[in-house]
Write a protein that binds this ligand. Structure first.
Ligand SMILES: NC(=O)c1ccc[n+]([C@@H]2O[C@H](COP(=O)([O-])OP(=O)(O)OC[C@H]3O[C@@H](n4cnc5c(N)ncnc54)[C@H](O)[C@@H]3O)[C@@H](O)[C@H]2O)c1
Length: 425
């Protein structure tokens, strides 16, 4: 057969396609199908055999699995997309990196401080060899760049305080009672994976495609509620503009701790060290009705469901995912201190978020939400959850991943896994 030259050597040439394993093949995974259609999907894995066979109809040449541990051992895999439930993200990601695979992992990257540190450290060790991306695709909205430019260029003066918030409220009473046996084509035990055993109840899964996460993510053994859910996206809007590392302190306020479900109303507050362009700042997360104070009585932050606010010496920038509002405040806020960028100096658009990762796997290895950037952000958030659980302001040694003033908090930096499940494998 004679193939046109472009088919042999061009962008579509077989040698240029990435061999991808898709783990979790339905729901959120479907948002990645378009990206995957240009690549070689060589392996599919889902604990729900109905979802697996639907995906197998789309990619009939891919090998199929119900256990991701077996899937990852398939020899021709180069890259892995992780779209499973939150409590397995760090496991799949870390095992995949251990095999030298590139990884795209849906948010949240981790469910505990320890998980965040393990995947981040593994990525940093392999940074010159693999490309990683946390699935916070809103990061590609150009507003993220504009917000970053305004903050870096001093539109609010000297940055002092940053807040992000979300108003999604999913109240759950507690773990669900046993309700029948799981269907024979649904592997409940594999879904539980590393989490403690719970009886099956179909109501953990009554959401739609890409919405099931809202059914199970409030339960501590499966997710971290809005902290890991919209918190991953909305804190990203703030994180992208502050060049922060790990916090020095963490404290929290919220509704009383429930050992079964994570809180609806919650505030997390962190103190971050200065860096080369800004002083020490306070970074906060608010959810479930808790909100930062408004910068002026005529600004109703409640109108923004998921937003971020940057307060500085000369004013405030309020942003949602797609737009921003600059409010110079006080007599000194004459804007003479701010020079807007020339068009050619703007941060270039990221383009398609998933494609950024695919291109990185094929060469540059550079992505904007790699496991260093995203891992540091989620470690901060998970530390906040520990502060919430112990009800105390925590001093944190980010270099060593230790709380220095609470042994009780240190014990909560990690989760307890079921026998036979290990983060390293
Ligand atoms: N980036 C975004 O905007 C966005 C949007 C929605 C969901 N998400 C994230 O995507 C993930 C999946 O969410 P969802 O609503 O699609 O959930 P879901 O419960 O529908 O699960 C998705 C698929 O993964 C399969 N699965 C679950 N655990 C598995 C395992 N251990 N091994 C193999 N397959 C497994 C399920 O059977 C299902 O087919 C969540 O972590 C969620 O936070 C991200």
């Amino acid at each position: 057969m004679i193939l046109p030259r472009t088919r042999l050597f061009g962008a579509d040439a077989p040698s240029n396609k990435l061999n991808v394993a898709l783990i979790g093949t339905w729901g959120r995974a479907m948002a990645h199908f378009k990206t995957l259609e240009s690549e070689n999907v060589v392996a599919l894995c889902d604990i729900n055999e109905k979802h697996l066979s639907e995906a197998a109809r789309k990619w009939p040449n891919a090998k199929t699995y119900t256990d991701w541990r077996q899937c990852l051992d398939q020899k021709d895999i180069q890259a892995v997309m992780v779209c499973t439930a939150d409590h397995t993200h760090a496991f799949v990601a870390n095992w995949a990196m251990n095999r030298g695979h590139h990884v795209y992992c849906e948010k949240p990257l981790a469910n505990s401080v320890e998980e965040a540190r393990v995947v981040r450290a593994k990525y940093l060790k392999n940074r010159g060899k693999i490309a990683t991306q946390v699935g916070t695709q809103r990061h590609s909205y150009e507003n993220f760049n504009r917000v970053r430019e305004l903050i870096l260029d001093g539109a609010v003066g000297e940055l002092q305080q940053v807040s992000a918030w979300g108003n999604r409220q999913l109240r759950r009473p507690g773990y669900l009672p046993a309700a029948g046996d799981p269907p024979s084509d649904f592997h409940w035990d594999l879904w539980l994976g590393p989490s403690p055993a719970h009886p099956y109840n179909p109501d953990y899964f009554s959401g739609g495609a890409g919405m099931n996460c809202l059914q199970w993510n409030m339960y501590w053994d499966f997710g971290t509620g809005q902290v890991g859910d919209m918190g991953s996206h909305t804190m990203d809007l703030a994180w992208n503009a502050i060049d922060a590392g790990l916090p020095k302190t963490a404290e929290a306020r919220g509704e009383p701790y429930n050992p079964e479900v994570s809180p609806v109303m919650l505030e997390l507050h962190f103190q971050h060290a200065s860096n080369k362009w800004r002083p020490e700042i306070k970074v906060s997360w608010y959810q479930g009705g808790a909100m930062p104070p408004s910068p002026a009585p005529w600004v109703d932050l409640n109108k923004i469901g998921h937003g971020a606010m940057f307060e500085g010496s000369k004013g405030t920038l309020v942003a949602e995912f797609n737009a921003r509002l600059l409010i110079p405040l006080g007599n000194a806020a004459d804007m003479t201190y701010f020079k807007s960028r020339k068009k050619e100096d703007l941060i270039p658009p990221l383009g398609d978020f998933q494609q950024e990762w695919v291109k990185a796997c094929k060469g540059s290895l550079k992505t904007t939400c790699d496991f260093d950037y995203g891992g540091t952000m989620i470690e901060q958030m998970m530390l906040g959850m520990v502060a919430y659980r112990v009800g105390k302001k925590l001093d944190y040694d980010g270099e060593n991943g230790r709380v220095t003033n609470s042994p009780e908090a240190n014990a909560l930096l990690r989760r307890n896994y079921r026998a036979g499940w290990t983060l390293e494998g």
